[in-house]
Structure formats: C-alpha cells, structure tokens
Design a protein around this ligand. Sequence first.
Ligand code: CTP
Length: 427
Amino acid sequence: MPEAGSREEGRGPAGGYGAAEPRRSGRRGPSVVLGVSAGIAAYKACELLRLLTESGHHVRVVPTGEALRFVGEPTWAALSGNPVATGVWDSVHEVPHVRIGQGADLVVVAPATADVLARAACGLADDLLTNTLLTARCPVVFAPAMHTEMWEHPATRANVATLRRRGAIVIEPAVGRLTGADTGRGRLPDPGEIFEVCRRVLSGRRADLTGLRLVVSAGGTREAVDPVRFLGNRSSGLQGYALARTAVARGAQVTLVAANVTLPDPAGATLVRVESALELRDAVLEAVKESDAVVMAAAVADFRPAARSGSKIKKSSAEPEPIPLVKNPDILAELGERRREGNAPCPRVIVGFAAETDDVLANGRAKLARKGCDLLVVNQVGEGLAFGTPDNAAVVLGAEGERVEIPRGPKEDLADVVWDLVARRLA
Ligand code: CTP
C-alpha cells in the first residue's frame, strides 16, 4: 500500500490506464468494454450491462473463456447487441485484440477475479480481455469479487497496488454473503453502484485521488430515549454518500461512517454503520488513525437524553415527564484539537459542514474558527433546502480566508469541488 498521501500511486505513467484524454464519438454514447471474468457474480454483470446500454452507452462485452461457464455467450450478445468473443482468433481481419481496447472510452471489469487481476498486473495477454487491457489507454475500473482469503492474500494485495499505481481504479469489494455459507469482504458491490462509478469516471475526472485514504461521515445520529423512540434530525446522508462515491471514482480508498442512512451502499467504500453520536465518534476516531483527510458531513446531535429508559415510556401520567439532556462531544472540534496538540494520529486535512438557517455566512465563519478545521462547507438548510434533495448549493470557507461559491447543482458536483480543495491542500 502507498504511504498516506503518496502521490506516486496516483497518476498512472504515460501509456498506463487513463493516459489518453477521454474520447467521445459524435454520433453515439461512450464506448464501454465490459470485461467479465469467471466469478459467480458474473450474473450481476448482466444488470450492469443493462444499466450501461439503457443509458446510451455502446457496450462490447469481453468475457474470459471460463466466465462463460457462469453466463453464456448468447446472454451477453443479446443484452449488448454486439458480437462476443473470448479469444484473439475470431474475426482476425478486424484485429480485435488491439481495436477493442483502442476504441474504448472506459473498460470496466466486473467481476474481476484474483486471476484476472494477477494477469492484468503482470501484463499477460493470453486472451481477448487481457489483450484489451493492454491496448486500452482510457480509464480502467476493476470491480473485484472473490473470497476474503484471496482478496487479502499478499499476492492479490500486490497486484491491486500495481494496478492502482498504473492509474486503474480498483474498487474495494463489499462485505457480505459470499458463495456458499461464507460471509466477509469479497462481494461484488451492487451493480447500480458500479454503474455510478463508471458514470463518474466517464464524466472526465481522472483518478487523481489514488493513494489517498479518506474518511467521510454521513447521515444523522439518533439519540435513544427509550427502546422505541429517539431524538434525530432530517439528514438523509445523500451529501455524504455523494462525497464517498465521487472519491471512489477518483481512485481514493474511502471509509464511510454512516449514521442511519437507508441509501444503497456506495461501491468501493468501506462502510461502518453507527446510530448515535457516541458511536459515530468512536468510528471516526478509529478510521482517521490511518487517513489523509476527513470530511464530517454527518449531522451530529448536539445533545442526547441523559439516561435511556430501558422500557417504553408510557403515557400513564397526565403531564409528560421532561427529558433531561446532556451534551454530546463535538467530534469535529475534537479532531481539530487533537491535531493542534499533535499527540494522536490525525488527518492532514479536516473538513466540516455547517448547516445554517439564518446569518449563514457569519455563523459559518464563526464555526470555522471555533472548530479548528481547514475547510467548512456552509449550506443553508430548511424547508426544501439541502435535506433529502439531490441538489445542494454552498460556500466553502477556508481557514486562510478563502471563499469558494458552489452554485446549486447535483450533490456529486459539490463533492467534487470539496475533493478538489482537499487535494490541493494535500498536494
Ligand atoms: N459536528 C460534530 N459533532 C457534534 C456536532 C457537530 O462533529 N457534536 C460537526 C458536524 O458533522 C459538522 C459540523 O460539526 O461537520 C457543524 O455541525 P452543525 O450542526 O452545523 O454545528 P454545531 O456544531 O452543531 O453548532 P450549532 O448547532 O450551534 O449550529
């Protein structure tokens, strides 16, 4: 693994993946090569293929020979509307072993087995897919899926590091049920989320965050009153998830600490689920030990009930009992404090969000100073603003007095601007 913040892993040398500017043919959507290798998750690639074709991408499926044991050639041909070959000896006059890779705007390999990662890392060219990977100069995304032991094996770790160093995006597998009764890391992420990574990569962003380890908190904490009730807030987690998704698509390794979010798990992010502010604090402090930057997008409850009733509070008395509250720790301020004191591992860049309903900028500036963070993303919240909507607008305030306006737009666009500012500080 690269050193924290190492830029060496990031750019992909000349001739590596993503070396050429993304090509676009004028008449049709982007050309995508979908590589499929021999894992049980090959059936999930059918859904990825559909998502790609239905959104206007021209897709050529290149399975390995063994992958066809899981899903047959007619399925790929019918769903893609294109011929399917696994070896280099079909339609030789079209020189497919070179042309398919050369003509692609994106190559995505899903699922990517340990074997295909190894062959790609070694530069082998023993079938059409590995030939394509050698001739592609466009961005390449690998979505690995395998048993946990294979993913964790030093050989696979080294192959993944090599591919990342060359500019490929290798997204972390999800944790969950594997083949048979096993569970663990190694599951192919949700096809819809792999599609989102492809969409972001095709939007023209480079894998410029490769080698960086980033922590994002998302959602809203719940502070238990009794077994059935809690104090909570309206945060949906959309902005935090957009931050995680965009960072993965730019090559970063992301830990996402999610408080009560019901959105699909973003592909490639390591998800830690929490409920309360205290749990969120523990998870964030653990995750930041080995990270380059943290973005606190979660809405953390400032107060929690002083005591949690063990049984449901009944409405037996005529007047409701007051619920005494105590203050929760301010996690963002604590991170700033730890960094100032320098006695605990702390990320180099700390970013906060500020949800304000009134005096947005003045409150934002005061908060930036109070919390000791590097950047504060200030947005106005309230009815129909920010919470639960796909769009957001914000002003980012920097500790050195910078001010960057982000006009209303998709939360992914706002996330990309935040990562641009973080990357500039880490460079
Ligand atoms: N935050 C935190 N811990 C808390 C409260 C907030 O880490 N106990 C973080 C949030 O994740 C966010 C930033 O601090 O990044 C600002 O949160 P916000 O709710 O806007 O501010 P508060 O600190 O709660 O201040 P106030 O309620 O006075 O606006």
